[in-house]
Design a protein around this ligand. Structure first.
Ligand code: E4P
Length: 215
């Protein structure tokens, strides 16, 4: 399973990259706003700055909601850097745009997916990635992991090439459950990746080894 970091914060992206386990980055307009990145020129520059830090795919989201606007915006984002994947919302015009991009060889990440039916549409349209948001389903008392399992099962039956990018991950347990479910990618906050390191028996064992080494 690939690890993407879900942030627009360059320091956190560098930290994950330094750890040696980073395969890519996902962003969204809320994450860009959180970093105070405003205005088209600054936003486009920031995507290029992210691409300079990582070697893998970087999802950059369109904000248009009509076919023509999504295509224009997506082509601009695609032209920025070869690592850019155009992130498109799961709406009617978005599905049309994903199909258009797939015929042009432009890679896409279909975002805001909350049902297996939406994931089937994304795959049929030729999305490179589908992003089911498991944390937001958990938030409304639905089991997000079940959705990941369902999509993985359906895609395997039909040999869809779209990669399952588990999104809206909130905890290290989510990451492990996504790995068990067979997700191709988990996009996570840095804290969830670092929390995978933790186990009290590791800390106790290391303290003992270091103390014994001094004897
Ligand atoms: C996915 O690509 C989204 O950017 C993200 O995972 C959403 O996560 P959130 O529900 O924590 O905002």
């Amino acid at each position: 399973m690939k690890f993407f970091i879900d942030t627009a914060n360059l320091d956190q992206i560098k930290e994950a990259q330094d750890l040696g386990v980073l395969d890519g980055v996902t962003t969204n307009p809320s994450l860009m706003a959180k970093e105070g990145i405003k205005g088209e020129a600054n936003i486009l520059k920031h995507y290029v700055d992210i691409c300079k830090v990582v070697t893998g795919d970087v999802s950059a989201e369109v904000v248009s909601t009509d076919f023509k606007g999504i295509v224009e915006e997506g082509e601009k984002l695609h032209g920025l850097h070869k690592q850019i994947v155009v992130k498109v919302p799961m709406i009617r015009e978005g599905v049309k745009a994903i199909k258009y991009f797939s015929t042009k060889g432009i890679r896409t990440n279909c975002t805001l997916v909350f049902s297996p039916g939406q994931a089937i549409l994304a795959a049929k349209a030729g999305a490179s990635y589908v992003s089911p948001f498991l944390g937001r389903l958990d938030d409304i008392n639905q089991d997000g992991i079940l959705l990941i399992e369902q999509i993985v099962r359906i895609y395997r039956i039909y040999n869809f090439k779209t990669e399952v990018l588990a999104a809206s991950i909130r905890s290290p347990l989510h990451i492990v459950r996504c790995a068990e479910a067979g997700a191709d990618v988990a996009t996570c906050p840095l804290s969830a990746i670092l929390d995978l390191l933790k186990h009290p028996l590791t800390d106790i064992g290391l303290a003992k080894f270091l103390a014994d080494a001094k004897k």
